[in-house]
Design a protein around this ligand. Structure first.
Ligand code: S3P
Length: 170
């Protein structure tokens, strides 16, 4: 059985920030699937979507997931919001869903000092109604795939990270 922790959840829910806090508390090594794809391609996600289209990006996610399944252990893996759909995702590690209502996620993004940049870099968050529809479509799918659901609505990153480490036995 794989020893990795895999953070999944909607765009802007805080996967990256939670990952950094888990690293701080546990000393685990962390990687991010979007970062891996950007370095494989030497271009930003936004550019990959614009120049190649979404299906190309999803193929890259599958390639990364296969490598994670075969070659990576004892690692904290944060993922892009759609990564959970790759085949055999359970073989990558323990799937931890960071969960919050859409309104909370959106409010947090727009309250952020670099809100504009946060929205601009996400091709699937250009239109709020479309993003909300995608959230509604995915929410049950995230839950179906998760080994562990963490409600992140009213908690700081330190508390969330601690809860994840406790519940995954790290
Ligand atoms: C996506 C989420 C993004 C990134 C890409 C597609 C999605 O990652 O992988 O823009 O399908 O939800 P974040 O969740 O880090 O924004």
């Amino acid at each position: 059985m794989k020893n990795n922790i895999v953070l999944i959840g909607f765009m802007g829910v805080g996967k990256g920030s939670v990952a950094r806090e888990i690293v701080r508390q546990s000393g685990m090594v962390a990687i991010d699937t979007d970062d891996i794809i950007e370095s494989m391609e030497n271009r930003k996600i936004k550019k990959i979507f614009a120049e190649e289209g979404e299906p190309y990006f999803r193929e890259l996610e599958k390639r990364v997931s296969k490598w994670l399944r075969v070659s990576v252990n004892n690692t904290l893996i944060s993922t892009g919001g759609g990564f959970f759909k790759v085949p055999k995702v359970h073989e990558v590690g323990t799937i931890v869903l960071l969960d919050a209502p859409f309104e909370t996620i959106y409010q947090r993004i727009i309250d952020h000092p670099r809100a504009e940049r946060k929205l601009k870099k996400r091709p699937l968050f250009q239109d709020i109604d479309k993003a909300e529809a995608l959230y509604n479509e995915r929410e049950p799918q995230y839950r179906a795939v998760a080994d562990l659901v963490i409600d992140v609505s009213d908690k700081d990153y330190e508390t969330i990270a601690k809860e994840i480490l406790e519940k995954t036995g790290k």
